[in-house]
Ligand binder design. Structure first.
Ligand code: GRF
Length: 220
């Protein structure tokens, strides 16, 4: 992995669209010494979101790239790619970035872009996962960190955390318990990557040189 010359730390660029609680968890993990990386920039496609404030509070440069100002998805993704590459990151971290990405963009970051998705993938790809689990009367839910590939929410899963669905659960209560798990497993997966323990070979996630035929499980 090419290390940033100035700091000799692996460099992250984090993409957000909203509250940025996962961004905060990553910032906190770096501060606590659990994650040996630096965030070169936080990029948001929406102005005035809490995540941008969190970045500013942590002294991290921010970029806002408003997707509504672009004529096409491809034009936006090209501009986004230029912004990201200007920071020369080792890893691109999608943290609540609510955009469907073009295949060219995804391919450019093959093996060096992660996402966190609030379901036990391959179950419940797409949006409104908590609502759909409740509607289906599911007893178990969770969250997955995965490599990003051109298939939406379909890339190889690295680590998951499971959460039981309680009879009293609402979308909000479920979302809250899921987010507590997100904030544990995302910094952990990123640390594996920056340590060089986690790689993507073809369409296979590898941890410590072994194929992750099943995702790692975070046990509470
Ligand atoms: C999280 O639930 C994550 O799983 C999903 O988007 C949400 C982002 O939340 N991809 P936050 O902005 O990190 O608080």
């Amino acid at each position: 992995m090419s290390l940033n010359k100035q700091t000799a730390l692996p460099t992250l660029v984090v993409l957000i669209s909203g509250s940025g609680s996962n961004l905060q968890a990553i910032i906190n993990a770096i501060k606590a010494g659990r994650l040996n990386a630096r965030i070169a920039a936080v990029i948001s496609n929406r102005a005035d979101v809490l995540g941008l404030q969190r970045a500013t509070d942590a002294g991290i440069p921010t970029v806002t790239l408003d997707h509504t100002r672009f004529d096409s998805r491809a034009a936006f993704d090209q501009a986004l790619q230029a912004q990201i590459d200007g920071f020369e990151p080792d890893l691109v971290v999608l943290a609540g970035f609510m955009r469907i990405l073009t295949p060219d963009f995804v391919r450019h970051y093959a093996g060096r872009m992660l996402n966190i998705h609030p379901s036990l993938l391959p179950l419940y790809k797409g949006i409104h996962t908590h609502r759909r689990v409740l509607e289906d009367g599911g007893h178990e839910h969770g969250v997955s960190v995965h490599f990003v590939t051109p298939e939406l929410d379909g890339g190889p899963v690295i680590i998951q955390a499971k959460v039981p669905v309680l009879p009293s659960d609402t979308e909000q209560s479920l979302a809250q318990r899921i987010q507590e798990q997100e904030h544990i497993i995302y910094p952990r997966a990123i640390q594996w990557f920056v340590e060089g323990r986690l790689t993507l070979e073809g369409n296979q996630a590898m941890l410590d040189g072994k194929a992750l035929t099943r995702p790692a499980q975070h046990l509470n």
